[in-house]
Design a protein around this ligand. Structure first.
Ligand SMILES: [Zn+2]
Length: 55
């Protein structure tokens, strides 16, 4: 299995969004956490692409 975990809620998802906020580390977020981060970290938020499981 090659699922990834959302950095914030800890859910395993087959599609995650790579982004940065408040640090220099790239993290993976699910769609709902991504939209929260976008709103709460407008200054530091950077989008790094979508990650999907290859079948
Ligand atoms: Zn999440």
């Amino acid at each position: 299995m090659t699922t990834k975990k959302c950095y914030i809620c800890g859910d395993f998802e087959s599609k995650l969004f790579r982004c940065k906020f408040d640090s220099f580390e790239w993290v993976f977020l699910c769609q709902s956490c991504l939209s929260k981060v976008k709103k709460s970290h407008k200054e530091s938020y950077r989008y790094g692409g979508t990650w999907k499981i290859k079948k």
